[in-house]
Design a protein around this ligand. Sequence first.
Ligand SMILES: [Zn+2]
Length: 87
Amino acid sequence: MTSTATGARRGAGRPPQPHVEGALFVDLDGQRARYECLRPGCPHRLEGPVYSTDRRADGEPIGIGGLKGFIDGIKTQHLAQHHGSTR
Ligand SMILES: [Zn+2]
């Protein structure tokens, strides 16, 4: 008896991503975040990393809230600053 059950392998791999602009990475349980721009010709590929222990202008650590602010705003800020558009 021969059983050939090897034909059921799924076509693995990443799903297609038609319009990738950038990728946001959060590491160490949300203690660190960085934004990597994937647009061709980007003049400033990497934003951050930003740490929750980074100091604000007043000397206080930015904390998780500051990190979250970075995560929420960095894409818009990056696109506005380096690509002249917020889209
Ligand atoms: Zn960019």
